[in-house]
Design a protein around this ligand. Structure first.
Ligand code: MOS
Length: 701
C-alpha cells in the first residue's frame, strides 16, 4: 500500500484524495477493539431467550434449570428485571411485561461467566406461552391496511397532483404492473453488541451503533442518569446498514444486567436472533401505472405501495417517495398503505424507501420503454424535469442525464441490440439493462472542536461514528483543507460521547453533517491562528463549532444525488441461474471527499443491490410467524464469486447549496436502482419479465 503522504503531494488539497483509512492497519491486524472485545475484569455475558410464538403471553417462565447450569449467574425475566422509564422507542421496552408481540421478542436474558455458560443457560429456560392467533401475511388487499400521515423520514404518506387516474386512462401507451420485494435483512458482520460496566458512579458502555449520541440520550432517559455520568464508546463498528441507527435491545439488556450483577456485561445478539430483534427491510408490494404519449413523455404516474409494520411500532418503508423526484409528469399519485401485523418491527435498511421504490419505478420505466419501442436511456432523458416534480423546487444540482450518457459511453450501450432474447452463448442468454438512481441530501446539525498543538499538529474531535466508511479519515481531510495544512498533520478523534455531540451515521448524512462542523471549527481555528501570526500560544489553541441553526435551515432547493446503473447478465436456460457479468455505475453526488472510500461505498451499495436482485430474500413463515432465513447460511448475501466486475465512477459535481464542502451523501445511492438494472438485463436476456425479487433459479427457469 502506498502511504498517505505519497497520495497528497504538498500543496494539493486533501479533500478528494484517495487517502487510506487511518484505522485500516489496526483492523486488519486485529488490534481494533469492537464492542465485545474489551477485556474487563470479571466480565460476564448475556444470552437472550427469544419468544417461540408469534403472538400471546408468557404463561410461565421456569429458570431453575438455567440456574443449575455451571457458570450461570442470573436470569433476568419480565417478573424481576429492572424497571427503567418508558422508552420513546417501544422496541426497547424489553422484559417489562408478559406480552409477546411477535416471534423472536426477548422474554429473558441469561447472564453467565462465559458466552457458552449463558447460551447453555438460555437453552435450559423453560417458557410456556398462552399463544393467540397471529397474522403475519402481507397482502395488497389486507383489510387492516391504512395510509399513514407520515412514512419514514417524515415524508407524506400520500401525495396527489392533478388527476392521474384520468391522465393514465387517456394515455396512448400504458403500463400497469405489480412488483414484490421480499423482507430483507441488514446482517452486519458485527452483530448488535453492547458491553456495559460501572466505573465508580459512571456508566461506561462500548456499543456497536451508528450513533453513540442517541445511545447515551436513550440510556440517560431510561435509567434516569444525567448524561454527564454516561460514556458511550463506538470506536470501531462492523457495519450496520441502518439497523444500528437506533439503540437496540442489546444496550438496554447489558445495562440492566450490569445493574443486576454489578459486573461488566456483554450482550451480543446472536446472529440467528438479529432478523427479528434489530429491524429489517419490510416487504413491499408495488402497483405502478405509467401512461405516456407517443413521444414517451409521461402523462400520468401512479405508484401505490403496500407494506407492513409491527404491533410494537409504526414504521412505513417510504418506497413511493422517489417517484416524487425522478420524472416530469403533470399528474401523479404516490401513496403508501401499511398493515399492522404480528411481525418483527421493520426499520431502516440501506436506502429505506429508495431501494425497493426505485426497483419498482425503474423496472416499470423499462417496461414502458419496451411498450414504446424506445431506448430506455433515451426514454429517461425525454422525461427529465426542469424542477422537482412534486415540490416545484429547483434542483440544487441534477446531472442524471450526464450520468446516463457517461454510463452508456463507458458501458458500450450503443452497440446493444434492443431486441430481447437475441444474444445467445450456448445455453446462456445474455442481456443488458439500465436503471437510474437517486438519494436525498440529508444533513443534521453537529458540533466539533479543533485544536492547534504547539508541535504544529492539529486534532479535531467529534462524536462521529465510523461504521467502516472511512469517516475518521475523511474528517481529517476536511480539517486539513480548512486549516490549510498537510493531511498528515491532522489527527481526528471520533466514536465517543466524551467528544462534541454529533448526529448518527445514517441517511448518507454523516460526512455532510460532521464535515460541516469540522470545517467550521477549523476555519475558525485558522482565523484565530492568523491573529497569533500563525504561532500557537502556550497551552494550545482550541475552537468549538456548532452548526445548529445553519445546517438545519430549510433549503429553497430540492437536493438529491443521482446516478445511473448499467448491468450485463448471463441467464442459464438449463439451470435458471442468473449471473451478473458487469455492473457499472456513474454517480453525480456532489464533491467526492475521498476517492478510495467513496468508491468502496458505491461498489458496496451496488453489490448489495446485486444481492437484492439475485440472492437475498426472506420468507415469513405463516405458521411459526417469523423469518425462515435467519442466518447467513440461509439468507444469501453475494459472495466474491457472485460479484465479478463492479465499476463505480462519478462526475465532477460541486453543489454550492449543500454544505461548505459541496458534497452530497454516497453511503446509500449505490444500492438504489442497481437491482432494477439487473432485472431489466434479465428481461433483455430472456424476453420474460419477472416482477418478484429475488431472481433465483426456481423463479427464472
Ligand atoms: Mo442508513 S439505512 O440511513 O443507516
Amino acid at each position: 500500500m502506498d502511504s498517505v503522504a505519497a497520495q497528497t503531494p504538498a500543496g494539493s488539497p486533501a479533500v478528494g484524495a484517495p487517502a487510506e483509512r487511518r484505522e485500516g492497519r489496526e483492523k486488519v491486524t486485529g488490534r481494533a477493539r469492537y464492542a465485545a472485545e474489551h477485556p474487563l475484569p470479571g466480565r460476564a455475558y448475556g444470552w437472550p431467550v427469544a419468544a417461540s410464538v408469534a403472538r400471546g403471553r408468557v404463561r410461565s417462565l421456569d429458570t431453575s434449570g438455567a440456574l443449575e447450569q455451571p457458570g450461570v449467574l442470573t436470569v433476568l425475566t419480565p417478573a424481576d428485571a429492572p424497571r427503567p422509564a418508558e422508552p420513546d422507542d417501544p422496541t426497547l421496552r424489553v422484559l417489562q411485561d408478559d406480552r409477546v408481540p411477535h416471534h423472536g421478542w426477548f422474554v429473558a436474558l441469561v447472564v453467565g461467566e462465559s458466552l457458552e455458560a449463558a447460551r447453555a443457560g438460555a437453552a435450559a429456560v423453560r417458557v410456556e406461552y398462552a399463544a393467540e392467533e397471529h397474522d403475519v401475511l402481507l397482502t395488497a388487499d389486507h383489510p387492516a391496511a391504512y395510509t399513514p400521515e407520515r412514512a419514514n423520514g417524515g415524508n407524506a404518506g400520500r401525495r396527489l397532483r392533478g388527476d392521474p387516474e384520468a391522465a393514465f386512462a387517456a394515455a396512448a401507451t400504458r403500463v400497469d404492473v405489480s412488483y414484490r420485494v421480499p423482507p430483507l435483512h441488514n446482517h452486519p458482520m458485527e452483530p448488535h453488541t453492547s458491553t456495559a460496566h460501572w466505573d465508580g458512579d459512571r456508566l461506561r458502555v462500548y456499543a456497536s451503533t451508528q450513533g453513540a449520541t442517541t445511545v447515551r440520550a436513550t440510556l440517560a432517559a431510561l435509567f434516569e442518569l444525567p448524561e454527564e455520568r454516561i460514556t458511550v464508546t463506538a470506536e470501531h463498528v462492523g457495519g450496520g446498514f441502518g439497523s444500528k441507527g437506533t439503540p437496540r435491545p442489546d444496550v438496554v439488556l447489558a445495562t440492566m444486567a450490569t445493574l443486576r450483577t454489578g459486573r461488566p456485561v456483554t450482550v451480543a445478539i446472536p446472529r440467528r436472533m438479529l432478523p427479528a430483534a434489530t429491524g429489517h427491510r419490510a416487504p413491499t408490494l408495488h402497483r405502478l401505472r405509467l401512461g405516456s404519449g407517443p413521444d414517451g413523455r409521461l402523462a400520468g404516474l401512479l405508484h401505490e405501495v403496500t407494506t407492513y409494520t409491527s404491533r410494537v411500532k409504526e414504521f412505513t418503508e417510504q418506497a413511493a417517495v422517489p417517484a416524487r423526484v425522478m420524472y416530469a409528469v403533470p399528474h401523479s399519485l404516490t401513496e403508501h398503505r401499511v398493515v399492522p401485523l404480528d411481525v418483527p418491527t421493520p426499520s431502516w435498511m440501506r436506502a429505506p424507501g429508495e431501494a425497493p421504490g426505485m426497483y419498482a419505478l425503474e423496472s416499470a420505466m423499462d417496461e414502458l420503454a419496451t411498450a414504446l419501442n424506445r431506448d430506455p436511456v433515451e426514454l429517461r432523458i425525454a422525461n427529465e424535469p426542469d424542477a422537482e416534480p412534486d415540490s416545484g423546487k429547483p434542483f440544487s444540482s441534477r446531472h442524471l442525464v450526464e450520468c446516463l450518457r457517461e454510463g452508456a459511453r463507458r458501458f458500450g450501450w450503443s452497440a446493444r441490440d434492443p431486441r430481447p432474447g437475441t444474444r445467445r452463448e450456448g445455453a446462456l442468454l445474455i442481456g443488458t439493462g439500465v436503471a437510474a438512481a437517486t438519494y436525498p441530501v440529508l444533513v443534521a446539525p453537529s458540533a466539533a472542536s479543533a485544536e492547534a498543538l504547539p508541535d504544529g499538529t492539529f486534532v479535531v474531535r467529534i462524536n462521529a461514528t465510523d461504521i467502516g466508511t472511512g469517516a475518521r479519515t475523511i474528517l481529517a481531510q476536511v480539517a486539513a483543507d480548512a486549516l490549510g495544512v498537510p493531511l498528515e498533520r491532522v489527527r481526528s478523534e471520533v466514536g465517543s460521547t466524551d467528544l462534541p455531540p454529533a448526529p448518527l451515521a445514517g441517511g448518507s448524512s454523516g460526512s455532510s453533517s460532521w464535515g460541516w462542523a469540522v470545517h467550521q471549527a477549523c476555519a475558525e481555528l485558522a482565523a484565530r491562528l492568523a491573529e497569533h501570526s500563525g504561532r500557537v500560544p502556550e497551552g494550545g489553541l482550541r475552537t468549538l463549532a456548532d452548526t445548529k441553526g445553519t445546517a438545519d435551515a430549510e433549503s429553497p432547493y430540492a437536493r438529491h444525488a443521482f446516478g445511473a446503473h448499467f448491468a450485463e447478465v448471463a441467464v442459464d436456460t438449463a439451470t435458471g441461474e442468473t449471473r451478473v457479468r458487469r455492473l457499472l455505475g456513474v454517480f453525480a453526488a456532489g464533491r467526492i471527499l475521498n476517492a478510495r472510500t467513496a468508491r468502496s461505498q458505491l461498489v458496496g451499495g451496488m453489490t448489495m443491490g446485486l444481492g437484492m436482485a439475485l440472492t437475498e430474500g426472506s420468507t415469513t413463515d405463516p405458521v411459526f410467524g417469523d423469518f425462515a432465513e435467519s442466518d447467513l447460511a440461509a439468507y444469501h448475501v453475494p459472495s466474491h464469486a457472485d460479484v465479478p466486475d463492479v465499476e463505480a465512477h462519478w462526475l465532477d459535481e460541486e453543489d454550492p447549496h449543500t454544505n461548505p464542502m459541496g458534497s452530497k451523501g454516497i453511503g446509500e445511492i449505490g444500492i438504489v436502482g442497481s437491482a432494477a438494472a439487473v432485472g431489466n438485463a434479465v428481461h433483455h436476456a430472456t424476453g420474460v419479465r419477472f416482477r418478484e425479487l429475488p431472481l433465483t433459479p426456481d423463479r427464472v427457469l
